[in-house]
Every structure is written in C-alpha cells, then in structure tokens.
Design a protein around this ligand. Structure first.
Ligand SMILES: Cc1ncc(C[n+]2csc(CCOP(=O)(O)OP(=O)(O)O)c2C)c(N)n1
Ligand SMILES: CC(=O)[C@@H](O)[C@H](O)COP(=O)(O)O
Ligand SMILES: [Mg+2]
Length: 638
C-alpha cells in the first residue's frame, strides 16, 4: 500500500518539517497502516491508535535520540517504531526473529528504556534525568505513562521523589484514556475523571471576574479581597492539585488528538525548570470504530477482519477458561471465596465471576503488591481469597508472598496463569521463573496440573488445604475433551506413571507431561520403552515415587518449560544426589538467558521442550559413549 506522507517518513527528522495539513494526513495514514498490519499480526492495536498525534508531537518537540523518551509498559510504541524507521519490518511484529511489541535497545537508539511491565517509566526517566544533572549535560527526559500504569505503586514512588527534586527537570506525560485493559479503577481514576470533566474551577473564576468587571466601583478592600479569592481558587480547585502538591507543575488537561494543542503544550513543558506533568486526554482505539467501541477487546488483539472488526478466534478450550468456570463453581459453593485481579480480569478469566459476584470481586488496578497483601488481610479475617495473576506479573509481589502470606501461613490461593513460555510478548512476559521464586518459600504448596481436569481438581483441592497455594498453568489450550466441573476430585500429591517402560525414565510436571508422552511414543517407534512419570505437585514433592522409579532405570530425563536455574529439574537432580540414585539424569529446560518472542510452539521447539527434543536427547545419549553391548539399552538404531 502506498502512503503520500508516511512513505517519506524514515526518521523523526522527517516529521519535523511537515505542516499541519501534512501532519493530519500522516495521522490518518499511520492509523490505516496500524489497522492493516495489526489485523494480520495481532497486537496492541487500541493503545497505539490512541497515541498517534501524541507520538508525532513528542518526536517533533523533542529531539530523540539526544532527548530521551521513555514509554511505560511499552505496548503503545508501534507509532514510535513506525516514525523511527521500523515501518518496513512491521509485518514481522511479534513474530519469531521479528520486531518486538515493546521497546528494545537492539532495535533502535530511539528506544531509550526497555519495558513490558507497567509503572516503570517515571522511575527510569528520573534516573536518566539525575544522571544528566550529575554529568552536567543538557537534554530533555520525558516519561510517557498511561492512566492505568499510573495506578501502579512504583509510579507514585517515583512521583514522590521526582516532585521533591525541584532542581531536576523531568517531563511526565500522562496519557489518560480512562482505560487500563478494562475501565481504569481507583481513586486516582476518579480524580483524573474530575480533571477531565470538572469545569467548576473555570466557572467560578469567570463568575468572580464578572463581578470584578461589573462593579469596578466597589472600591478598595472588597475589590482586593475578591481578587485574592480569585487568586486563591488555584489552591482550592486548581486542576492537577494532586500533582502540584507533589511538586509537579501541572499542564492540562488537553485534547490529545488536537495535534497543535499537544505540540504547543509540550513546548511549554520543555521550558519548565523543574518537574512538570502534562495531562493528555486521548481515546483508546481512536480512528477505528471496532476498537473505539471495544477498547478492551482491542487492547491486545489476535488477528481480525479489518472490515468487520471480527476477531479470528483460536480453537480449543484454554486453561484460563477452565479456571474461569472452576472459580464460578467454587464461588457458588463457598461464599467466602473472593477473587482478586490486578487490572487483568479478561486475561485471567475473572470477568464472569465479577459479574456474578460483584461484592466478592476486586480489581485493584496495576498493583500486584497491594493485591497480595490485601489477600493476606482477607485471609486473616477468614475469607478465602484467590489472586488470579500472570506468572510474570506476580514477580512484583514476591516480598508480599513471602512475608505477608507464607510467613504467617495465611490461606491465599495464587492462580498463576501464563506460566511457562507465553510467546508473542517475549522476554518481559515469559512465565518461566515462578518455580524458582516460589519453591524456596516455606509453607507454600505448588500445584502444576497437566490438563484441564487436574486444574479443576487442583483449584478445588487448593481451597480445601487452607494454606498458601500456587497453581500454575500455561497460555495454552487443554487436551482433555470433557472436564467435570460439578464434582471435582481431590488432586492427590502423588507421582503418576502415565506410561510404563524400562529403558528410560522421563520425569515432568504440568502440561510438559503431555510432551513427555509424545516423546515416549517417538522413542517406542524405534524400540525404546520409556516410563513417563507426571508430578502434579512441585511442593511438597512426592520424592518416594521418584526414588522408587529412578532406582529401576539406568537413564532418566527431566524436562520442564521453565528456566533451568531454580526449576523443577534442579529439584529432581538434588534428590538424585541426596538419595544417591545410580541412574544417569539428563535434563531439558530453558537456558539461563532471557527468552525471545515467537509463538509458544516455536520457542518450545527451539529449546528442545518437545517430543523431538526428548527423542534427540535420549538417542544422542544412547548412541554416545558408555552404552556398549553390556548396556541396559542396546543401540537400537544405526
Ligand atoms: C506489572 C504489570 N502488570 C500488568 C500488566 C498488564 N498490562 C499491560 S498494559 C495494561 C494496561 C495499561 O493501561 P494504561 O497504562 O492506561 O495504557 P493504555 O493501554 O490505556 O494505553 C496492563 C494492566 C503489565 N504490563 N505490567
Ligand atoms: C501489554 C501487556 O502486558 C498485556 O496486554 C499482555 O500483553 C497481555 O498478554 P496476553 O495476550 O497473554 O493476555
Ligand atoms: Mg489507559
């Protein structure tokens, strides 16, 4: 597709010379380009449609890469990427080996801070601005943060300190579209809403001015006192008083789609000698009616038909859907069950529970630390809280899990979705550290179901244990056709032999046990009989089953969709050593590096977490040294 203006834009300098008409045209072309491309690749369409004018204005007013623009979350940087020379690669967005959906140093000098988790931009920008002061350099640092991200605690930690540093120029642009993924929540959101809509300040100011104009003869004292009242209004009603009191000069609220107003206000902010916050009002999904009408659906969307806006649905039932149905059933059974989300109700499957039990559902905003300790408080008072959260985002609440839940042994359930490789979101979102960050905490139980029924039973079991329990499951579909939601069983903490063999023992947990079975089948095709054992609990761990099976084999393989360090494999290998098991143990897990984006299957295959990977690992071992004619497994191939 050809674009009259966009085709000429290869760097931020190319937009600095455009006139207002050309900019308007460019905004339309960028929206067209986004819809066209994201309809094919999937991605964060609505957030990006909402920041077209803002992004262009930022790159016209500020001079990246000398000036530093730091985005919050970073899911709304597609326009930034288009302007900074990456348009030609947009067909590779979120694809293996292609453009990331988030800022990456390796992609561009204009990506000034890497991100993917919320509420970090002000802290990062503040650090960069302080460095500038210390080095005696002179450039602008701008944080661009959404109203959802502003509900994250660390944003306030940063505002608190930045506002105090009156000698440190920092520009914070608050992109307020009234949305997080769902409608934004909390007192801040209500306050921002008042700022958006409250014309009380301007009305009263006009009324006083009317009096002053109409009755100039009222003379000295009264006139002066009215003047003072008008002046002090600023402290009673001034828009942005919250930010002003924290030490920020507040500019706004302004229409984030009126390009000239945005550019003029950013130029004003640039001149402020100290911290300044620019409050920009935008519409999430602007310019594409399906996204404007449903910004939640188009926040992070799969492939869709751009003519109709119909999203192309994947096949099968997801683990999230199983959780969603399970929590409803448990909620019917136990009125003490409370569901908590940190701004992720749709992704974690809590929307139906929220509709059915609004009094027992809490969306705390992007505030995982608060979610964990609030759950601890609920549990302390006899409730049964379940915090549904992505593995990667639960990392934010580590200290609270340890100190506020597990140390006092309070019965909080962590429904950990997106555990394992997530795919397109890449490094910042992979759920591959939770075994490592949870298993060493005393009192915690970790359940790792292999299919939908085990997830259903695991949730029910967790609720009966009355102790801290984490249940981890992937961004994937379940393999079982029928799941009995009505009469869940108790998921026993016992290793399950899924397939009997004698030549090699394959050890796994969670959905990876299904891969183990596939690997065993590939080995059987060449005459190697593998035993497959699945452990539905990671902690406490059924070591008796492991030991008794390991003692009957000369070769074993442990496989997991988790980082090697601190993972399930290390648990198994430590037991082999402790129990002096005379069986060689191989392992397949993720290496000690950040794992790139691509589809979940592509990434699992790349790192050998697959039937192929199991087959190759075992065959290589058998065909290698030490398996001569006396070995338990004679080379059966080659
Ligand atoms: C710590 C953390 N928790 C949750 C998320 C998931 N998440 C990504 S974007 C988003 C909403 C962001 O809202 P806002 O900052 O207003 O940006 P908008 O999408 O409205 O432009 C959430 C909750 C995250 N990225 N990081
Ligand atoms: C940007 C962000 O953090 C979320 O939008 C995340 O991308 C959602 O992930 P899922 O698509 O797995 O729900
Ligand atoms: Mg928002």
């Amino acid at each position: 597709m050809n674009y009259q203006i966009l085709d000429k834009i290869n760097s931020p300098d190319d937009i600095k010379t455009l006139n207002t008409e050309e900019i308007k045209k460019l905004c339309g072309e960028i929206r067209e380009f986004l819809i066209e491309n994201v309809s094919k690749t999937g991605g964060h369409l609505a957030p990006n449609l909402g920041v077209v004018e803002l992004t262009i204005a930022l790159h016209r007013v500020f001079n990246s890469p000398i000036d530093k623009i730091v985005w919050d979350v970073g899911h709304q940087t597609y326009v930034h990427k288009i302007i900074t020379g990456r348009r030609k690669d947009f067909h590779t967005l979120r694809k293996y080996g292609g453009l990331s959906g988030f800022p990456k140093f390796k992609e561009s000098v204009h990506d000034h801070f890497e991100t993917g988790h919320s509420s970090t931009s002000i802290s990062a920008a503040l650090g960069m601005a302080l460095a500038r002061e210390i080095k005696g350099e002179n450039y602008n640092v701008v944080a661009v943060i959404g109203d959802g991200a502003m509900t994250g605690g660390m944003a306030f930690e940063a505002l608190n300190f930045a506002g105090h540093k009156q000698d440190c120029r920092l520009i914070v642009v608050l992109n307020d579209n009234e949305m997080s993924i769902t409608n934004n929540v909390g007192g801040l959101s209500c306050y921002l809403n008042r700022l958006r809509t409250d014309s009380k300040y301007t009305k009263i100011k006009k009324d006083i001015q009317y009096i002053l104009n109409k009755v100039p003869a009222i003379g000295g004292k009264l006139y002066k006192s009215l003047e003072r009242v008008k002046g002090s209004l600023k402290y009673l009603l001034v828009a942005g008083i919250l930010f002003e009191e924290l030490g920020f000069k507040y500019l706004g609220p302004i229409d984030g789609h009126n390009f000239n107003v945005v550019e003029d206000t950013l130029r004003k902010a640039k001149k402020v000698d100290g911290p300044v916050l620019v409050h920009v009002i935008t519409k999430k999904g602007k310019g594409y009616w399906p996204a404007e009408n449903n910004p939640q659906l188009f926040h992070g969307v799969g492939q869709f038909d751009k003519e109709t806006g119909r999203v192309i649905k994947g096949k099968g039932i997801s683990f999230t859907e199983v959780f969603s149905k399970s929590i409803i059933k448990e909620g019917e059974r136990d009125p003490k069950i409370i569901a908590i989300t940190a701004a992720m109700a749709p992704g974690t499957g809590l929307e139906e529970f929220a509709q059915k039990y609004p009094q027992r559902f809490f969306d705390v905003g992007i505030a995982e630390q608060n979610a964990v300790t609030m759950a601890a408080g609920l549990a302390k008072e006899g409730m049964t809280p379940i915090f549904a959260v992505y593995s990667t985002f639960l990392q934010r609440g580590y200290d609270q899990i340890l100190h506020d839940v597990c140390l006092p042994n309070l019965p909080v359930i962590f429904a950990i979705d997106r555990a394992g490789i997530v795919g397109a979101d890449g490094e910042t979102h992979q759920g591959i550290y939770d075994i490592a960050y949870l298993r060493h905490i005393p009192n915690i139980t970790i359940i790792s179901p292999k299919d939908g029924q085990e997830l259903r039973d695991g949730i029910h079991t967790a609720l009966t244990l009355k102790m801290p329990v984490a249940i981890r499951y992937p961004r994937d579909t379940v393999i079982d056709e029928f799941i009995d939601y009505n009469s869940p069983g108790i998921l026993e903490n016992k290793g399950q032999v899924l397939k009997g063999g004698k030549d090699v023992l394959i050890i796994s947990t969670g959905v990876t046990s299904n891969i183990s079975l596939e690997g065993a089948q590939k080995l059987l095709d060449v005459g190697i009989k593998a035993t497959v054992v699945h452990f539905p609990y990671i902690k406490p761990f059924d070591k008796d089953t492991l030991i008794s099976l390991a003692q009957k084999h000369r070769l074993a393989l442990v496989i997991e969709d988790h980082t090697k360090i601190g993972g399930f494999g290390e648990l198994v290998s430590s037991l082999f050593i402790e129990e002096n098991i005379n069986c060689k143990l191989l392992s397949i897990s993720l290496p000690d590096k950040f794992i790139e984006h691509g589809s979940r299957k592509e990434i699992l295959d790349k790192y050998g977490i697959s039937a192929e990977g199991i087959y190759n690992k075992i065959i290589k071992e058998i065909s290698g040294v030490g398996y001569g004619k006396e070995s338990a497994i004679r080379p059966v191939i080659g």
